[in-house]
Design a protein. Structure first.
Length: 175
């Protein structure tokens, strides 16, 4: 069982994670349309990870005796100004997701919901990684992406990313 506000925030986070997935899938499509297939692949893997995150919240709510209530998912943008704009938007988006996670942590701590606080510890750490990845991608692009050969090399490196199902998903699916 959850305090009503904690359960509400957890359900809203499922929606936010699915929106994130859709945003990254939209970015992937735009990048591939611009022949930046490596970056497109990187964002496709990011899409899969965000869907994992949504499922982690989904399973946690159910495993902890709560009720899942899915809300509407806003359509993501489909047009972007440039690769650099996508990279910057990614960092800003991840910072907003971090704020959402922190809000759930704060509410769970306020009502002494230790199971949710403990559960969210992984997401707090995950957001450090997400923001670092986004910042690193911006920095690498700004340093090396200014010429066609540098951009080509970055694109190839981004395409080497491999999707691995989030271990946390396996933990909550088997709980």
């Amino acid at each position: 069982m959850f305090a009503p506000e904690v359960e509400k925030l957890l359900n809203e986070q499922i929606v936010a994670e699915i929106y994130s997935a859709n945003l990254y899938l939209s970015m992937s499509a735009w990048l591939r349309e611009k022949n930046l297939d490596g970056y497109g692949h990187w964002y496709y893997v990011q899409y899969k990870e965000e869907m994992d995150h949504a499922l982690i919240f989904f399973n946690f709510i159910l495993n902890a005796g709560g009720s899942v209530e899915l809300g509407a998912i806003e359509a993501p943008p489909t047009g972007f100004a440039s690769l650099e704009a996508i990279l910057q938007q990614t960092l800003e988006h991840e910072q907003s997701v971090t704020a959402l996670i922190y809000a759930i942590v704060e509410e769970a701590q306020e009502v002494r919901d230790f199971k949710t606080t403990q559960f969210l510890d992984w997401f707090v750490k995950e957001q450090v990684e997400e923001e670092d990845n986004a910042s690193t991608n911006i920095g690498r692009y700004q340093t090396f992406g200014g010429d066609s050969m540098g951009l080509h090399t970055l694109d190839q490196e981004m395409g080497a990313r491999v999707y691995v199902q989030t271990a946390q998903l396996a933990l909550v699916e088997n709980a």
